[in-house]
Structures are given as C-alpha cells and as structure tokens.
Design a protein around this ligand. Structure first.
Ligand code: MRU
Length: 349
C-alpha cells in the first residue's frame, strides 16, 4: 500500500489518505497550505514517525510556495519550517525531515525561491522513495528474528500507513512472509484511544492477506500467559542513544509482560528514528493529546462530565526489555549504546 501519501503536481498539493476514518471511509485530504499540513499532522490524518517525516519534507515545499512574492521570504520561510517541525513533539522524524531540507537549502546556496522549490520537490520525492527502500531493508534483516509458525504481537500501527510504504514493525512481518517463512500471523493490539491497531494494522494486513486478529489492549497478559504470542515487534517514534524506545502509549506495559513471559520483544525503526542527542527515553518529550480522545468514543461521551483524564500518547520502554532493534543496516543487539554508535559510525554519520 503506497497510495496513502502522494504528491499531486496538478494540484500542487500533498494528498493524504485520511487515517482518522479508516477503514470505514477511504477519503483523501489535500494539503495546499502549511495550515493544512499542521492540521493533518496534529489531528493524525497522517501519523507514524516515518510518514510524518515524509510529510514534513513535502510541507517545506508547500511553505516555500506560500512565501512566494514576499520580500522577506527567507525569514518567513524559516518561521514556517519551525512551525512544521513543532507540530508534534515526540516523533523525531518530523524535525529530521525539516532539518534535512534546511541542510539542503544551505548547501545548495539556492538564491531564488524558484530554484529552492525545484531542489526541495526533488528532495521530498527522494525522501519518500528512500523510506520505502529503508522499510524493505528492515524487512530483510527483520526476517531473521521471525520463525515459521510465529504469532507476532504488535502495538499501534507501524505499517505501510505509518511510513511511505511496507512499514517498520509490519515490515518485519512482511519481510518474514516475503522470505518464505510459513504460517506467520499477527495479533494487533487495538491501541486505545485512537485505535491504530484495530483500525489500521488490521486493515492493511487484511488487504495483504496476512492473517491478523485484533485483541483488546488489556488481553495482552492472558494471551502471553496462554503461550499465544511468540514475538513482539513494535515501531518507535524515537530511540534514545542508550536504546530506550519511545513508542505508542501501552508499549511499555507490553514490554514488561513480554519480559515476564519470556517473549522476545523487538523494536523496528530506521536510523532516522534514532536520536543520538537524546540520552534516554525518560528525557524524550511525550505528547499530551486532547482529553476528547479518551472521554469520547466517536460522538458519544463515555466519562462523566468534568472528570480529568490522562491522554499521554507515548511511553518509553527501557532498553533492558528490548532483545533487538531492527534497522535498515541490521539487527542491533545490547548493549545498545555501543551497537547504535557503531551502526552510525559504519554509515559515516
Ligand atoms: O500517534 P501515532 O499514531 O503517530 O503513533 C505512531 C506510533 O507510535 C508508531 O508505532 C511509530 O510512529 C512507528 S511508525 C513506523
């Protein structure tokens, strides 16, 4: 599935499959302005760390389009880029996407806005294409941690919809299937409150014909106790320098249960999700989203009026609970501070 993020030359717009309403409706959302881009990011029309990195890259081009004709376009453009980078705080790929475009602006020394826009559109398309290739490499390496007959539990959606295509955690599952592993199936935790697992993971795996069942988040302990889960593979919004992985709220609980039941717990993420400037997971900013996502199911309010709720969107999983981090350059193993450093050094980064 790669139709969920596309650039329309005809409309000069980024066209996103609106993930808020999947699987019930397959509607497109058109981003013509920076306001549209920020709305799409914040309301999760588009979501998932690599997908929002790709969106940020196209967003820079849209920002450039918006400042055309202004005398002070460089200053205005910088301000718009910062607004995009700050749209959501946890996934490092958002700022990564913007910073990569800014670095190109500097190195290209483009003097006119028109020249910059040409360079940026090409770069956004490269980032878009690269992300699919990176996910496929994650799949190639990830296949080695999956055995015939495995039932893989995942939390949230780290699939094609969360990336430019193929997915990270679901890339590992797809990689195993593509490598010819037999009888692979997935348990998708429903992932309250936005239901990325129930809606999105189930939707895309069903479309691919990979067997998938949905479980309530709080069934995880029982499923593991009954031996119904062989591996856990999740994505990440940010992996810290010490290997702590910040992912969708509830991931930490799944990791603790996996440890208690001797189920290997893997994180799948591209190197662009590893933030070597972040010492550990607890230092990572955690998005605090609108209470409405918890107080309401659809249009129906399910909590009494005026009762406060917690709606933290992510949690850090300490590195000691993680068996391996599957990246496009291989499966990194503990101690992660060392394996992460080595992986970057080998890439000349
Ligand atoms: O709030 P979301 O839906 O953007 O959160 C997404 C996740 O937590 C994913 O697991 C993570 O971004 C990895 S996506 C390949």
């Amino acid at each position: 599935m790669e139709r969920h993020i596309r650039f329309s030359d005809e409309d000069a717009a980024l066209v996103l499959l609106d993930q808020r309403y999947l699987p019930a409706c397959e509607d497109d959302y058109y981003c013509h302005t920076v306001e549209n881009i920020i709305y799409a990011l914040q309301t999760m029309v588009v979501r998932g760390a690599p997908a929002i990195g790709v969106t940020a890259a196209y967003g820079c081009w849209i920002a450039a389009k918006e400042v055309a004709g202004s005398e002070d376009w460089k200053k205005e453009l910088e301000a718009k880029l910062e607004e995009i980078a700050e749209a959501r705080p946890t996934a490092v790929n958002l700022r990564w996407g913007v910073e990569r475009m800014k670095a190109l602006w500097e190195s290209s020394q483009a003097e006119t806005l028109e020249a910059l826009m040409d360079i940026w559109l090409e770069e956004a398309k490269i980032i878009h294409k690269e992300d699919i290739e990176i996910c496929k490499q994650i799949g190639v390496h990830g296949a080695s941690v999956i055995d015939d007959g495995d039932t893989v539990m995942t939390h949230c959606n780290a699939g094609a919809l969360a990336t430019a295509g193929y997915g990270t955690a679901l890339g590992v599952v797809r990689g195993a299937v593509d490598a010819g592993k037999k009888d692979i199936s997935v348990i998708a935790n429903e992932t309250r409150p936005f239901l990325q697992g129930a809606r999105l993971t189930a939707y895309e795996l069903k479309e691919d014909g990979i067997p998938v069942s949905v479980a309530c988040d709080n069934a995880c302990g029982l499923l593991m106790r009954r031996g119904m889960v062989d591996k856990v593979v999740v994505g990440a919004d940010r992996v810290a320098a010490n290997g702590d992985a910040v992912n969708k709220i509830g991931t930490y609980s799944v990791a603790l249960l996996a440890k208690a039941h001797n189920v290997p717990f893997y994180v799948a993420a591209p190197l662009s999700t590893i933030d070597r400037n972040m010492p550990d997971g607890d230092s990572t900013p955690i998005e605090d989203r609108t209470p409405l996502e918890v107080t309401h199911v659809g249009e129906t309010q399910i909590t009494p009026d005026d009762v406060p709720v917690f709606n933290f969107a992510f949690d850090p999983t300490p590195n000691e609970l993680i068996a391996g981090i599957v990246t496009e350059v291989g499966v990194l193993r503990p101690p992660f501070a060392e394996s992460i450093k080595k992986a970057f050094e080998e890439q000349g980064k």
